[in-house]
Design a protein around this ligand. Structure first.
Ligand code: ADP
Ligand code: MG
Length: 698
């Protein structure tokens, strides 16, 4: 038996190793940078580099890489070996502070949204000491930020770190104003729950839709889907259990605290949740988790699908971003304590979040927008596209009493009686679960539930941190000149005013209903249904002001991101449309022809023998398949014509809209017809596995 505590973090340059390997003053300086975000001097970096290399080489590493997160949504790495030739023809293993701190990858092939022309190819990667380095496959990985030669961020980590700085600055200022003088630092924390599908590798290899787009573009519904609710939390099948076990171990080695695993709602769907961490580390860990989910799957003859909607008709995959703020002494600022109504500090921060989410609901929506996630939001399997906040009964009671100047009486915690003596009694949580809300208070944190499964969690957290920092800074402006004796009164008035102004964003009901859609419209909330609907919001004046004002993005950076988002959306739909076309011609139509052939041969053969042998079943089927196949032909023609038209259009929002409708709409029509025919095609005629085979045989 391996001992898990020894395994855990064995490939991480972690605190214990740093303490052991670094001179005391160096360790102290580094620790300060990690915990309080302070600047790190080069001589410290030099000392760290020596220790890091020593540790890495001892643990079998031969190379190092600056690991970064360009705007592709994936991670990028370029490996350099530690070797340095000596005069006598031998080598030594070398690694300097400069190599640790700065890298110079050619940036020209990463998306920059027009920031950097290819002739200015230089980019820099810069060490992020607040995320621990680790060894993977014989290489030392150094988490880094990535920027252009002129200093613009070309990645997701830089704005994320900036947003954490902004929130830290505003939160500390506010806490001090509230009389909390000891606080030096506030960090945001994140625990992302990750959903995924597992299918057999051989099945995967036969489907070009999965290979090229990550999702199935065709496939008629199996006789059974998720309607029996028998998969959610169901017993793990041996092959899946072995995979999860292996995955946990690989994650633990990298110091990723994988904690919870279970089967999800849809067949072949599962979930993994780690223990939460500082946002920056949690984001890096989630990227690594997604990568390991895929590589470990290969070893088990499986493929892990992270797409938001791999299969039509059953739930897709998302990610729940659990988020809170914590002080350097470990106080969770969103913990209501025993008496939330009397907890001014909690109420100030809670109110700031409510204001932030209401004012920047469009940016929250944007932060989860992608072609893949468009399939889920508003489809009654994930939260609606309308952003709202669920607070639960108790907090809503507290808030109502503040708004109405009435006294809040907390119900005593209700003891749960299960009606069986052997079961110990426990108290009920103060919020029930509401699965339909995009942004739910869950006891001592908010859970942002609209995220897609494949995307980096950086962007939603950048927006949350920034919007809350902005709300806090406005609160501070209102309160900063109030005299001490009037402060309580002023805070109360501020909370009350803010709640009255922003109560429209609070909704505790069922977010899946049509009533909510019309109610939200009455309240003036955004309902931005598709990615092309949301994207222009990024360049709205209020939002440019937010991001530039808080120092998160320059206007140039924002505009470049806008371009990249549009470009990405167009490319994804384009690839999907072309793949669908290819699949229809190369895989699907031959199967339909085979079916029609065999039906015709049977009819002719029978007729040859005698007119008396009935063949009306074959004739009926042949007629109906032929008619549908004809319709399919026209639908594919229309799809082809629209793809061709798109190819002549200029890049930009209009093209994105064109890809959404008509191109994507065409694809749905092609699929509707093809799926209709597929339901009568024998499995052996199809060159790829059906939904039944994909979903129920792992
Ligand atoms: P669910 O009930 O939604 O399935 P889980 O228990 O699976 O919730 O996941 C909850 C997640 O929230 C875990 O990753 C947990 O570590 C995280 N979490 C708990 N407290 C905090 C906090 N203060 N800040 C951020 N995340 C937190
Ligand atoms: Mg959850």
């Amino acid at each position: 038996m391996e001992k898990i505590p020894e395994l855990y973090g064995c490939n991480v340059f972690n605190d214990a190793i740093m303490r052991d390997k670094l001179p005391k003053d160096v360790y102290k300086a580094l620790k300060k940078t990690i915990q309080k975000g302070t600047h790190l001097e080069l001589d410290v970096a030099n000392a760290v580099a020596i220790a890091m290399k020593e540790w890495a080489v001892e643990n079998g590493a031969t190379h190092f890489t600056h690991w970064f997160q360009p705007l592709t949504g994936y991670t990028a790495e370029k490996h350099d070996s530690f070797i340095a030739p000596t005069d006598n023809g031998q080598i030594i293993m070398e690694f300097s502070g400069k190599e640790l701190v700065k890298g110079e990858p050619d940036a020209s092939s990463f998306p920059s949204g027009g920031i950097r022309a290819t002739f200015e190819a230089r980019g820099y990667t810069a060490w992020d000491p607040s995320s621990p380095a680790f060894i993977k496959d014989g290489t030392l990985y150094i988490p880094t930020a990535f920027c252009s030669y002129t200093g613009e961020a070309l990645d997701k980590k830089t704005p994320l770190l900036r947003s954490m700085d902004a929130l830290n600055a505003q939160a500390v200022k506010m806490l001090k104003l509230l009389g909390n003088d000891d606080v030096e630092f506030v960090a945001t924390t994140v625990g992302p729950e990750q959903e995924y599908f597992l299918i057999d590798k051989n099945d995967y290899a036969k489907r070009r839709d999965l290979i090229f787009t990550g999702r199935t573009l065709l496939g008629s519904a199996p006789p059974k889907g998720q309607e029996m609710d028998d998969h959610y939390f169901g017993a793990l099948r041996p092959r899946v259990a072995a995979y999860m076990h292996d995955l946990d171990k690989e994650l633990w080695k990298l110091g990723i605290p994988a904690k919870t695993k279970h089967n999800e709602v849809a067949p072949a769907q599962h979930e993994l949740a780690p223990v939460f961490d500082t946002t920056n580390v949690a984001v890096d860990h989630n990227q690594l988790t997604m990568e390991l989910m895929k590589t470990v799957a290969e070893k088990h003859g499986l493929v892990c699908l992270l797409h938001e909607k791999p299969f039509a008709g059953i739930n897709g995959s998302g990610k729940h971003n659990n988020w809170s703020m914590t002080t350097d002494s470990g106080v969770n600022l969103l913990d209501p304590g025993k008496t939330p109504a009397d907890n001014t500090q909690f109420l100030v921060f809670l109110t700031a979040v409510i204001k932030a989410v209401d004012e920047y609901a469009d940016m929250m929506r944007l932060s989860v927008a992608s072609a893949g996630n468009d399939h889920r939001l508003g489809a009654n399997e994930a939260p609606p596209a309308i952003i709202s906040i669920f607070l639960g009964d108790e907090l809503t009671g507290v808030i109502d009493s503040i708004k109405n100047d009435t006294f809040f009486k907390k119900d005593d915690k209700v003891v749960m009686e299960m009606g069986a003596n052997v079961i110990p009694h426990f108290t009920k949580d103060n919020t029930d679960r509401n699965r339909t809300s995009p942004f739910a208070f869950t006891g001592n944190k908010f859970e942002f539930r609209s995220l897609g499964s494949s995307a980096s969690v950086a962007t939603p957290n950048i927006i949350l941190n920034t919007a809350v920092a902005q709300a806090l800074s406005e609160f501070y402006e209102t309160l900063k000149d109030v005299s001490k004796d009037k402060l309580d009164e002023a805070i109360h008035a501020l909370i009350k005013d803010t709640l009255i102004k922003h109560e429209r964003i609070i909704f505790n009901g069922n977010g899946y209903t049509d009533e909510w859609v019309s109610e939200a419209e009455k309240r003036g909330l955004y309902n931005l249904k598709s990615t092309p609907d949301v994207l222009p919001r990024l360049l709205d004046e209020k939002n440019i002001k937010l991001f530039t004002g808080q120092g998160i993005y320059t206007e140039t950076e924002l505009r470049s991101r806008y371009e990249i988002l549009i470009e990405n959306y167009c490319r994804i739909i384009h690839i999907e449309a072309c793949t669908l076309k290819e699949m229809i011609y190369h895989d699907f139509s031959p199967a339909v022809l085979k079916l029609m052939d065999s039906l015709s041969s049977s009819i002719i053969a029978k007729k040859k023998i005698s007119d008396a042998i009935p063949s009306s079943a074959e004739e009926k089927l042949l007629k109906s398949v032929s008619a549908k196949f004809d319709e399919l032909g026209s639908a594919v023609e229309k799809l082809e014509a629209d793809i061709a038209k798109a190819e002549t259009m200029d890049e930009g929002l209009d093209l994105a809209k064109f890809y959404h409708d008509p191109v994507f709409t065409d694809m749905q029509e092609v699929r509707r017809l093809a799926d209709c025919i597929e339901s009568v095609i024998p499995d052996e005629f199809l060159p790829y596995p059906t939904y039944s085979k994909l979903l129920f045989y792992v």
